[in-house]
Design a protein. Structure first.
Length: 444
């Protein structure tokens, strides 16, 4: 049964509308002013808010603005007298679904509400389909077939369905945010958004407002209320990147948010409940930060419920051919650009201090500045360090050998199914067929 919140200071009209709506199968809650309506929306879930524009304590326009801040999917229909029609039109621009001009008959009322609820159903279905798509593709962006990547994907799959706090560690550029997005995409919260905040990117005061929000007048320049990322990510996931850089006093506020599931915006003495999953990431050793007195020990243990370490690229160098091909397809999707085997060997031997991010940046740079359709050693930037070949490691394989091995492995895992093997390798099916023919591999 669809739930409607009706807000109007006219008691007689409230009773009439409540009767009509209930008669047509809706569950109805009525309130007499905007403040009551706001409290109801914060405390309960509704499909539609039907509110008068002129109400005491909080007008319909003010109510709309506040509701849009923390319940953006709620459909709002405003009721207005003829004299306030321009305000209603402005309200639609601010996010109201529609407005009704008093007096209105039953047909107008039910038609407008029906349209709003039908639109909400479509949005909900769209969110559901997106969530399903996210679930299917959540791990696809984590490219690789090495043992470290298989272990990483396994723990992501185990952790994602829970609401546990996760601490993701790894070197800069290794893919920590990618792991966070995979966890979110595979979680029950996937239909809501994931919001990422870099704790090192803002000064302390701005970061506090960014995370927890502020109320009007909280500080110079705070001209109106602002929601923080904790509220914006409501129902979804909040990723706190570079958590090691969070100021000590803000660490205390974060600890309270995790423990009590409440926050207090800057300048406010009241608490607001939050519903958000927290993922944190760092490229530093948080235990050492605790020992050095730069990070709260109690917060560390609250964040480190599930630790996930993202391996550096040099720890999974066998994935470099797959990653290079993936980035080549991303940055040159409509061309026949290929990577020369000698260049691929150089890339595989490189140390990659900047990890996957460095590899992608290099591929993109070479694609843009290339001299032909074959990327070769000459396309490398002058400042690129070419590692000398290590003759003492006979296990080093050529690009073609590595590629053939990966293809055979994918075919084995997919029981010879070429479509599934192509999905595992993150390449189009026709490219796989070409590779099978090239290497003389007879698919089953």
């Amino acid at each position: 049964m669809m739930r409607i919140l009706l807000a109007d200071d006219d008691a007689a009209l409230r009773r009439v509308l409540e009767f009509k709506l209930k008669k047509n199968g809706f569950e109805v809650t009525t309130v007499a002013d905007g403040e009551e309506a706001l409290s109801q929306v914060k405390a309960h879930s509704y499909d539609l808010l039907l509110a008068d524009i002129r109400m005491p304590r909080l007008t319909g326009i003010e109510l709309l603005e506040k509701v849009r801040n923390f319940e953006p999917t709620l459909k709002v229909v405003l009721m207005t007298a003829y004299a306030t029609v321009p305000q209603a039109v402005e309200a639609v621009k601010l996010g109201a679904f529609d407005y009704l001009t008093k007096p209105f008959d039953d047909e107008q009322l039910l038609l407008t509400i029906g349209k709003a609820l039908k639109f909400k159903k479509l949005e909900d279905e769209n969110s559901r389909l997106k969530a399903e798509l996210n679930f299917r593709s959540g791990l696809n962006e984590i490219i690789g077939d090495s043992e470290p990547v298989h272990e990483l994907k396994e723990i992501i799959t185990q952790v994602a369905p829970t609401d546990a706090t996760v601490l993701i560690t790894g070197e800069s550029g290794s893919g920590k945010e990618l792991v966070a997005r995979a966890i979110h995409a595979l979680s029950p919260r996937a239909s809501s958004q994931m919001v990422a905040v870099n704790c090192a990117a803002l000064p302390r005061d701005l970061l506090e407002s960014e995370l927890f929000g502020h109320v009007k007048g909280a500080f110079t320049g705070a001209a109106k209320d602002k929601r923080g990322k904790f509220e914006i990510a409501g129902g979804g996931t909040l990723m706190l990147d570079e958590i090691s850089e969070l100021a000590i006093d803000l660490q205390a506020k974060l600890l309270r948010a995790i423990q009590e599931r409440v926050i207090s915006p800057v300048g406010s003495e009241t608490s607001r409940e939050i519903d958000v999953r927290i993922l944190a990431a760092t490229n530093l050793n948080l235990k050492k930060r605790v020992s050095d007195g730069k990070f709260r020990e109690d917060l560390f243990y609250r964040l480190n419920v599930i630790p996930i370490h993202v391996p550096s690229l040099r720890k999974r160098s066998s994935d470099i051919p797959l990653l290079a091909s993936h980035f080549l397809n991303r940055h040159a999707p409509r061309s026949d650009v290929r990577i020369d085997p000698e260049l691929m060997t150089i890339l595989t031997r490189h140390h990659w201090p900047g990890n996957v991010r460095e590899l992608e940046n290099l591929i993109e740079r070479m694609v843009v500045l290339r001299h032909g359709d074959m990327l070769t050693k000459s396309d490398l930037p002058k400042d690129f360090s070419v590692e000398p070949e290590k003759t003492e490691t006979p296990q080093t394989v050529t690009f073609h050998e590595a590629e053939k091995s990966l293809i055979l492995s994918a075919l084995e895992k997919s029981n010879g199914n070429r479509t599934k093997a192509a999905e595992l390798l993150a390449i189009p099916r026709h490219v796989l067929l070409y590779r099978l023919k090239k290497y003389g591999i007879a698919p089953e």
